[in-house]
Design a protein around this ligand. Sequence first.
Ligand code: SAH
Length: 360
Amino acid sequence: MNALETEIRTRIEAEGPLSIAEYMTLCLTHPSEGYYTNRHPIGGRNDGDFITAPEVSQMFGELIGVWCMEVWRALGSPKPFNLVELGPGRGTLIRDLLRAGKAIPEFINAAKIHLMEISPTLQKQQAELLAEHINPPNWFSEIAHLPDGPSIIIANEFLDALPFHQWVKFNDNWHERAVGLENDKLSFTLRPNKLPHHELPPGHAAQKNGTVFETAPAREAQISTIAEKLKLQTGAALFIDYGHFRSDFGDTFQAIKSHKFTNPLHSPGKADLTNHVDFEPLMMSAKAAGCVLPPPATQGKFLLQLGLLERAGVLGSDQSKEAQVELHQAVERLAGNQQMGELFKTMAFSSHAINWPSLK
Ligand code: SAH
């Protein structure tokens, strides 16, 4: 049994079952034993646990760069401004973005880069990858610490790393699902606390016993804080993650290790724990803070509107057949309906109405 599991068991014995959110927070961000604290999570087939869009192709970061440049212009080309990434992983997205950004020197010169990263292991990788652009990078740990001024904030697969709760229907009540101990093993159980009916989507009364509903107040709080900051200081934000635009029922808790699904209760701290992001309450949080949202778009539609095919064409010209096939596969992976294009969604918002790049 690993040290984190021992600690989790001790807590359950002392305090009773842990909510999924408490369990996830310990597993991912425990100061010495957490998943993000220790591991190299992101990599290709032969290393890491999962692969993300910026690691699939440089085109992803470049096109996010195009989005940032157009949004910067739409905001009135503020100088200086904070260019912020939340959860930058290996730093690949921001590196590709900065390279693309050189097309507009004014944009690059005005950008003050800030990275919000909890993992010392990943901070080290980011410092290495970004050495030629920023040395050393400015890291910060919470939005409140971001310097004042206009900001453009981007985040890919960051929201899904923040904790969520699960609720299970039993007759007319939705009880919190939790992690307890049964026969000396970590196992799912229920806690007596209930989710108030007004927090459930329509149709909850017709759901069968055992149906799961997921909430993520930590994600809503993060979006509210960002939206309020932007409203005060001006700017825009872009979040990309897998999930859905409308709240819905279903258990989407997943654990991934070495590119395979595994049991979330096995070897705590050794697998990535996530669920599908429910964007509906997050869009509502941004609106409630007074921010303006463009129509939501899937990742596929978003990247195609920003010029994914044209970029692939430019990169592929004068290249070998193999390189062209690789580019074609990357386009398919990033934007294809059966791949990331449909499952991954984008959510943007700005402090005031602007001309959104993806609406052209
Ligand atoms: N955006 C990257 C990495 C996604 S993985 C990519 O697309 O490849 C999630 C990232 O969020 C990691 O860098 C992880 O360390 C970071 N992270 C997770 N929880 C965090 C938190 N509470 N605060 C700051 N960063 C966090």
